[in-house]
Design a protein around this ligand. Structure first.
Ligand code: PAF
Length: 281
């Protein structure tokens, strides 16, 4: 595995790979890798000739009161994991190259960025699409791999790629969960063992919702009320949102029908965690 720090060098490598007709799979990350990231890498390794991973904690997607400075970082650990899982090139740019003082451009997807996490984190998705568009232009992948945990992010990036005619397949892979059901996230590292156990309630609420739907319940309000009740049993958990939305516009659905996303965002000790399930009826 080669560690690449310069944008020009990464672009030169990608152009050379393309000239050799090699397909490039890309896994963009902010580091502090876990099994969710590794599952994306392994899929890319299976599907593409060469796999590139980026590690870049993108300042543009954090709000002023968010965890940019304390976001967990450990390049040595990440590099070992990336190598073990089959990454060929680890691209780790720095801020001065990504956003030099003269930097002016933003990429923004309309509509679906305003609901859910977009409502709680203004500017977040603009930061995500801006950095991902830049990374796509640097790495020039054929396929890019994202996790379903950040389902809104995955849909926003899919919309960006479609709207801007980017010749890149966006692949969304299932959530990887810890043994008690907690969705894997780099931010889980902020939590104590006891908090980690407590926040399993989020997945329990989602599975309870699925259970209700399987038994015939179709009213979103009833399902959301049940989820809120379950979450309220854990004092440390504050609900940011619980929504039942359609996967196209990410707008609330009153009744469950067709493909539906049930998503939740919570705070525990000021750490924001998200999770979701997709239901097809
Ligand atoms: O999902 C993430 O880790 C980030 O939002 C991404 C896609 C790497 C952009 O910074």
């Amino acid at each position: 595995m080669k560690l690449i720090r310069s944008i020009t060098r990464m672009q030169r490598i990608s152009r050379a790979l393309k000239a050799e007709k090699k397909t490039i799979g890309f896994v963009p990350t902010m580091g502090y890798l876990h099994e969710g990231h590794c599952s994306l890498v392994r899929k890319s390794v299976r599907e593409c000739d060469v796999t590139v991973m980026s590690i870049y904690v993108n300042p543009l997607q954090f709000g002023p009161a968010e965890d940019f400075t304390k976001y967990p970082r450990d390049l040595n650990r990440d590099a070992a994991l990336a190598k073990k899982n089959g990454v060929d090139y680890l691209f780790v740019p720095d801020d001065s190259e990504m956003y030099p003082a003269s930097y002016r451009t933003r990429v923004e997807v309309d509509g679906i960025t305003r609901t859910m996490c977009g409502a709680s984190r203004p500017g977040h998705f603009q930061g995500v699409t801006t950095v991902v568009a830049k990374l796509f232009n640097i790495v020039m992948p054929d396929s890019a791999y994202f996790g379903q945990k950040d389902i809104q992010q995955a849909l926003v990036i899919t919309a960006m790629a479609r709207d801007l005619n980017l010749p890149i397949k966006i692949k969304v892979l299932p959530i990887v969960r810890e043994p008690g059901g907690l969705a894997m996230s780099s931010r889980n590292a902020y939590l104590s063992e006891s908090r980690r156990r407590e926040v399993r309630i989020v997945y329990r609420a989602l599975t309870a919702a699925r259970g209700l739907i399987r038994r015939g319940e179709r009213r979103s309000a009833v399902i959301i009320a049940k989820m809120k009740k379950l979450l309220s049993t854990i004092k440390s958990v504050k609900i940011d949102y619980i929504v039942i939305v359609d996967p196209c516009g990410l707008l609330p659905k009153k009744k469950i029908a067709g493909t539906t996303i049930i998503a939740a965002a919570i705070f525990v000790d000021n750490v924001r965690l998200i999770d979701n399930i997709v239901i097809k009826v």
